[in-house]
Design a protein around this ligand. Structure first.
Ligand SMILES: Cc1cc2nc3c(=O)[nH]c(=O)nc-3n(C[C@H](O)[C@H](O)[C@H](O)COP(=O)(O)OP(=O)(O)OC[C@H]3O[C@@H](n4cnc5c(N)ncnc54)[C@H](O)[C@@H]3O)c2cc1C
Length: 373
């Protein structure tokens, strides 16, 4: 289908993915409506690694400049035991103008994208919940609160429990791991590393990683649920700002579309946070979908996005198992084999390009479209 300014487009969900879809469609002159059942952007930090691919994608809309101004640039990822450093990734080895990972709380990314839409005169409609979706010929009857409205295109960016996906009868197959992981956003009284370093500390039977969001403040995430008991001994926390547990699932839909309804982000795929790809992959889906809709090529969406999604699911699974495993063999791999292999510049460049999100097809549109939403 070829969308025009008259096409009635509904984006369900104003998380990072729905917001990115709206921003990308707006800057191409389309007029989508975007609704969310919540009263405003989620206050929790949640995803915090913004990778170079996302920075490239959001640059034409003006979001990237604002994100760079507010985020913290991570230049090193150190992997150590509590006693010694095993190896480190230096993002300067990445051949890219954004040769760093940007640590920025998801809540801030959402605020920036919502701000851009508001400034363009098409703000998010908060406290508007989609309660029912029915196909009506090629269009869709959508119940939004007490109203029923017709849309030509529906974008389901409504997260892992997506009503859009369920209404379309699309299965979300995969598995959930039984162990709970823990995370905490904390203020630190003392920490022995510079604030541009991520640090993963490997203990005998768990891993606890730290990502600084700014000087003296950041996120610990652990393969143990009791996060505060699994912090490295050299971390002195002065305040816990947010703490949560989560379970890791690997799920992906087989098709990302049915007629003119499309799924993007967590509605289409969920996986381990190891590697920090989740939100970034979803933003990439949203940007591709906006491009394909405007090019009259939306029929290619599943073909172009299912492969990268499956690749990321697979890629995050092996390191997650390796980091969480308590076997002697896994411990040997982590502390003896990996330092030997990962110290090599070629291996570093290969892995860094994956962390950076540069292993999926490059967006062909960059540089070809007007910039503001
Ligand atoms: C505790 C936690 C920590 C995480 N940490 C990381 C991390 O470190 N790195 C990483 O990459 N990822 C992380 N994630 C995952 C990351 O947050 C998601 O991948 C990302 O939020 C997906 O964005 P999304 O827009 O697809 O979905 P969501 O962010 O879930 O947004 C969906 C939106 O849809 C709205 N909605 C749902 N149903 C309806 C409806 N019927 N009508 C209207 N609105 C609706 C919701 O209110 C919500 O705002 C974390 C997630 C959690 C919960």
């Amino acid at each position: 289908m070829q969308v025009t300014q008259q096409t009635r487009i509904l984006i369900v969900g104003a998380g990072p993915v729905g917001l990115s879809a709206a921003v990308e469609l707006r800057r191409r002159g389309m007029t989508p409506r975007i609704i969310d059942r919540d009263p405003g952007p989620a206050p929790e930090s949640r995803a915090l690694a913004v990778n170079p691919r996302t920075l490239e994608i959001l640059e034409p809309s003006g979001a990237t400049d604002r994100m760079l101004a507010r985020g913290n640039r991570i230049h090193h990822m150190i992997v150590r035991t509590p006693e010694r450093e095993l190896f480190r990734f230096n993002t300067k080895n990445l051949h890219h103008r954004f040769n760093f990972l940007l640590a920025l709380a998801q809540s801030e990314t959402e605020q920036i994208l919502a701000e851009l839409l508001g400034e363009a005169g098409h703000p998010v409609e908060w406290q508007h919940e989609l309660t029912d979706l029915q196909a009506d010929g090629e269009a869709f009857r959508c119940a939004i609160g007490p109203q029923e409205e017709i849309f030509d295109v529906v974008v389901g960016a409504d997260g892992a429990h997506s009503l859009v996906r369920k209404s379309l009868g699309i299965e979300f197959t995969g598995e959930s791991l039984p162990e709970a992981w823990g995370l905490a956003d904390v203020e630190l009284e003392s920490w022995p590393f510079p604030w541009d370093c991520g640090v993963a500390t490997l203990s005998d039977d768990y891993v606890c990683a730290f990502f600084p969001l700014r000087e003296g403040f950041g996120r610990f995430v652990s393969s143990r649920a009791d996060i505060m008991d699994s912090l490295p001994p050299d971390a002195r926390v002065s305040k816990i700002v947010w703490q949560s547990e989560f379970h890791i699932s690997y799920r992906q839909v087989e098709t990302y579309q049915q007629g003119n309804a499309f799924l993007a982000g967590d509605a289409a795929h969920i996986h381990s946070p190891v590697g920090g790809r989740g939100m970034n992959l979803g933003i990439e889906d949203a940007a591709w979908l906006a491009y394909l809709l405007c090019e009259g090529r939306a029929g290619e969406y599943t073909h172009l996005r299912h492969g990268p999604g499956a690749q990321v699911l697979k890629m995050t699974s092996a390191p997650t198992h390796l980091l969480a495993s308590r076997s002697v063999w896994a411990r040997f791999l982590r502390t003896v084999v990996l330092p030997l292999v990962f110290g090599r510049p070629l291996v570093q460049r290969f892995l860094l390009s994956r962390m950076a999100g540069l292993d999926t097809p490059a967006p062909p549109w960059l540089g070809h479209f007007p910039s503001k939403p």
